[in-house]
Design a protein around this ligand. Structure first.
Ligand SMILES: CC(C)(COP(=O)(O)OP(=O)(O)OC[C@H]1O[C@@H](n2cnc3c(N)ncnc32)[C@H](O)[C@@H]1OP(=O)(O)O)[C@@H](O)C(=O)NCCC(=O)NCCS
Length: 137
């Protein structure tokens, strides 16, 4: 048995919040994982675009873990943190936490690393200027 204590605080900056609606459920009545994943991708893309100051495209999703189900009525809060900047790519750590039971409870539901590629206006990959100050993560 592990002595590790469960994480009780989100890691990173709150980037988006979204209300889990009945239309987003799977046949079991919980929220469909694809909806959760898309919320993480949206948040990660916002964080990445802020850092590279331009367009980004998702190139990979690494180590996605669904820890607990999301329920109808939860407010999904997605937190992002810069993990790594490469030449044209940027990796963002993304965590989703559900606020539920009228906001009394906060449960970590999903975590992943999303990798984005910086794109120029022509849609081709673009080298990231690492000397520019980071606006936010
Ligand atoms: C993003 C895209 C323009 C990259 O073009 P490419 O010429 O294949 O790019 P490269 O192979 O040179 O990789 C570019 C960067 O991404 C990284 N990368 C590529 N594939 C990766 C993967 N599977 N995992 C992690 N990083 C990856 C490379 O390491 C490189 O990083 P670096 O420049 O920081 O060293 C192209 O792959 C593309 O258009 N993909 C589709 C994007 C898309 O539609 N996303 C939405 C999907 S829902």
């Amino acid at each position: 048995m592990s002595d590790a204590k469960p994480t009780t605080e989100p890691h990173g900056k709150l980037t988006i919040r979204a209300l889990a609606m009945p239309a987003d459920t799977n046949p079991s009545g919980d929220i469909f994982g694809g909806w959760v994943m898309s919320q993480l991708d949206i948040a990660g893309a916002i964080a990445a675009a802020e850092i590279v100051r331009g367009r980004v495209a998702t190139v990979a999703v690494e180590a996605m873990t669904f820890i607990a189900p999301v329920k109808v009525g939860d407010v999904l809060c997605v937190y992002c943190d810069l993990k790594k900047i490469g030449n044209t790519s940027i990796a963002i750590s993304v965590e989703a936490w559900s606020r539920r039971n009228r906001f009394f409870d906060r449960v970590k539901v999903t975590q992943a690393t999303f990798v984005y590629v910086s794109l120029g206006e022509d849609g081709k990959k673009r080298r990231i200027d690492k000397t520019a100050p980071i606006l936010s993560t």
